[in-house]
Design a protein around this ligand. Structure first.
Ligand SMILES: [Ca+2]
Length: 120
């Protein structure tokens, strides 16, 4: 009886840990944290600082956590991705990021400006 109770506690802890991984985190993240078929971005160069990954090839509004903060980026989707200065793909086209391409520093044109992106 006692043994099965401990098993249940361990299982619950595993579920909680899995839930935390999906989504945004304030902690700095290893590039290996970027899942396949997602666009991942970091607030600082060399994949440091705040981190967000978004499954799929488009996002009309990156949200307040990462808006105008992205410096490093990794496109792990099967499509070329184009980030824009404003939400809903508005403003300047900031970069063209090829399938599988990672940039430890997006460059001065796009740095701290990305608000949305889509396949292009
Ligand atoms: Ca912006």
């Amino acid at each position: 009886m006692k043994k099965s109770l401990i098993g249940g506690v361990v299982a619950a802890a595993c579920i909680a840990a899995t839930t935390v991984v999906a989504g945004a985190t304030q902690a700095s993240a290893n590039p290996n944290d970027c899942p396949n078929n997602a666009v991942c971005m970091w607030g600082d160069s060399n994949y440091e600082g705040r981190f967000l990954f978004v499954p799929g090839t488009s996002r009309s509004n990156v949200g307040s956590h990462m808006n105008d903060h992205t410096t490093a980026l990794w496109n792990r989707t099967g499509s070329r991705v184009c980030p824009y200065d404003h939400a809903k793909y508005g403003g300047s086209l900031l970069a063209i990021v090829n399938t599988g391409e990672s940039r430890p520093n997006i460059g001065s044109t796009a740095n701290d400006r990305i608000s949305s992106w889509r396949a292009c």
